[in-house]
Design a protein around this ligand. Sequence first.
Ligand SMILES: Nc1ncnc2c1ncn2[C@@H]1O[C@H](COP(=O)(O)OP(=O)(O)OP(=O)(O)O)[C@@H](O)[C@H]1O
Ligand SMILES: [Mg+2]
Length: 230
Amino acid sequence: MVECPCRVEGLSFRWPDGSLALSDLSLAVPGPGLWMLVGDNGSGKSTLLRLIAGVFTPAGGHIHCPSPPTLVFQNPDHQLLLPGCGSELLFHRPESADPSAAARREAVDTTLARVGLAGFAGRPIHSLSGGQKQRLAIASALISGARLLLLDEPTALLDPDSQIDVLDLIRTLCSGPTPLTALWVTHRLEELDRCDGAMLLRRGRAADRWSEGRALRIRLEGLPSGRADR
Ligand SMILES: Nc1ncnc2c1ncn2[C@@H]1O[C@H](COP(=O)(O)OP(=O)(O)OP(=O)(O)O)[C@@H](O)[C@H]1O
Ligand SMILES: [Mg+2]
């Protein structure tokens, strides 16, 4: 049996002002693959990813992820810390990894190639396009050894070609012989057609099951804009 890469049970979360952001939210990611979350503004999607990532502490409930999750932000400029692509990746490489110069170079080169940035080790980060920065942020997660990626609207700030490139990249990483798991928040309903399953969040609660992405897109497109929580 495939181990569930992320299970959340009865999760609740309150802001310091007492308002409830999540209420008794449960979901289980069934296995590796690309899983998408949709929902109106304020339905709790970003809060949920931050709780799974351990940035916030829940008021109640349980989160179980066998492999530590890594967050990928909407804006890679909020995530990338160092001036160069190679140094950024080395910063995220586990301390336990082989420290020799050859092993470090090999790890950086292979990881950059996995995200379509082969040969970029010496490039300053400020010279990258938005899509390339987003792929570098994903490379940072990969070199850290992450098997569960939490992506909060990762294409929201990208041009249409880069949106497709980043989605294609995550699809590739989440399929094949050793697939990763991605939990991807989106407002772009067309992206739902590319996922393995989609879930609607409404007012801090999740639907009781995963839907086929295309079917959920068609259902949501039939609703008046902004009415998914009705
Ligand atoms: N610091 C805070 N204090 C109180 N309420 C907050 C705080 N931060 C966020 N919220 C509220 O928590 C709710 C859930 O926010 P969250 O950012 O998780 O929504 P979201 O589904 O990601 O929305 P969007 O689609 O706009 O990104 C919203 O009503 C938001 O206003
Ligand atoms: Mg959000």
